[in-house]
Design a binder for this molecule. Structure first.
Ligand code: T4K
Length: 381
């Protein structure tokens, strides 16, 4: 069991050695260019767009800015409503608000934690400007159903794919929708300290985003102009350097997380009182999260508390629902949306620690603590 100095958190960033980081940064140092589209930034854009097969990859300083910029760019001059999920990190809804649009919350599919297409489609009105499903825990939203909704209602689908870096369903999942936005935050399986990216096949969107993240500046050798107020959303060279190293290590770190996933799945896959998610549509997974769904919130709190007593910090991603946070509760659509599946999952889900440095021994210990806590014999508090 971990001692006091060895707290086990839900995640831990994969960190390449400082020597490797300094070595790769030499390129930017030699060019005296540390931000504003330097040499490592250019290299990372090329590598990532190739990997995703999307043609365009626009790097940002974080995914919240990237989502906001994508929605602001799409709805510029005609803002309205954006349909999304309440079962997500608050950044999804915040980015809708900052883009000048109003979030409208639809329910989820409890089998994946992702936005339910039928629930979303029922909320489409003439004011709807976009739909933003989240690839929750890396699980896939029903891509086909959302594609059909997009075609029949002429509404773009922007995936908040913040959890989905590296996932493939024969091809990269970044290829779905009008755009997919990924987070490269320290807590993600691929990190650039802070960072994010928009993947798209749409040339016009990528052009507008590149302008938007650079204050809206449209410059040539001869002239400089700004036609809308952009933001500073640029990724710097240190972050790009980190990204290039993470790419080198990604296969190995994914393999390590896969072995932790296997330990959890072996025990919990057939455990009465626990449900695991399994995305059968994936041909390649990233093993970023290991959520378990317990029978009710009392059981979830009992497990959470018991793990904490052992210095293990599982997390209730995502509780509370976004619609239960003060800002959104006050502004939620009227009449209040019925979100039974979101409420059900939010009350029961618990994400267990999973990261490349997590030892198999600690993973087995976690399995043991959860199993004993849930067993009738355990009466601890
Ligand atoms: N959309 C979705 C669906 C998202 O999940 C997120 C972010 C976004 C959009 C926005 O993406 P970004 O704008 O962030 O690129 C964390 C992250 O801060 C957040 O990025 C992430 N989702 C969310 C799911 O998780 P917290 O409040 O749980 O972070 P924190 O600081 O408690 O970190 C969790 C654990 O990770 C800590 O207990 C310890 C460990 N940790 C964390 C950091 C930062 C480390 O070991 N080292 C570190 O440097 O939100």
């Amino acid at each position: 069991m971990p001692n006091d100095n060895a707290k086990v958190f839900v995640t831990k960033p994969h960190l390449p050695s400082l020597e490797r980081l300094t070595k790769i940064l030499r390129t930017s140092w030699d060019a005296s260019q540390i931000t504003n589209f330097g040499p490592l930034h250019t290299l990372l854009v090329d590598r990532l767009s190739q990997l995703a097969g999307t043609e365009y990859c626009v790097l940002f300083n974080n995914a919240t800015t990237a989502l906001m910029a994508t929605l602001a760019t799409l709805t510029e001059g005609q803002t309205g409503e954006v349909i999304t999920t309440p079962f997500t990190f608050v950044a999804t809804a915040n980015s809708v608000v900052w883009s000048g649009n109003t979030p409208i919350f639809a329910d989820i599919d409890p089998a994946t934690g992702c936005l339910c297409p039928k629930s979303a489609e029922a909320l489409i009105t003439p004011a709807t400007r976009a739909v933003v499903p989240v690839n929750c825990y890396g699980n896939s939203p029903d891509f086909k159903a959302f594609e059909e909704i997009s075609a029949s209602h002429k509404i773009p689908i922007i995936y908040d794919a913040c959890h989905a870096f590296g996932i493939e369903d024969t091809v990269s999942v970044m290829q779905h929708g009008f755009a997919s936005v990924v987070s490269f935050h320290a807590t993600k399986v691929f990190n650039t300290f802070e960072g994010g990216a928009v993947f798209t096949k749409n040339k016009d969107l990528s052009k507008k985003l590149n302008r938007f993240l650079n204050f809206g500046i449209d410059a040539t050798e001869q002239s400089m102009n700004v036609i809308y107020p952009g933001i500073n959303g640029k990724m710097n060279e240190a972050s790009a350097a980190m990204g290039l190293l993470q790419l080198e290590d990604f296969a190995e770190s994914t393999q390590k997380r896969e072995s932790i996933d296997a330990i959890y799945r072996k025990e919990f896959g057939n455990h009465a009182g626990i449900k695991c998610f399994a995305d059968i549509t994936h041909t390649k997974n990233n093993y970023a999260y290991f959520p378990i769904v317990l029978e009710n919130s009392t059981e979830r709190e009992r497990v959470l508390k018991r793990l904490r007593q052992e210095n293990i910090f599982a997390r209730r991603y995502f509780y509370p629902l976004v619609t239960d946070l003060s800002f959104y509760r006050k502004r939620s659509q009227k009449p209040a949306p019925m979100l039974p599946n979101s409420e059900w999952l939010s009350d029961r889900v618990l994400c267990l620690p999973i990261f490349s440095d997590l030892s198999q021994e600690i993973a087995k210990e976690i399995v043991n603590i959860v199993a004993v806590t849930l067993s009738h014999g355990y009466k601890g508090n």
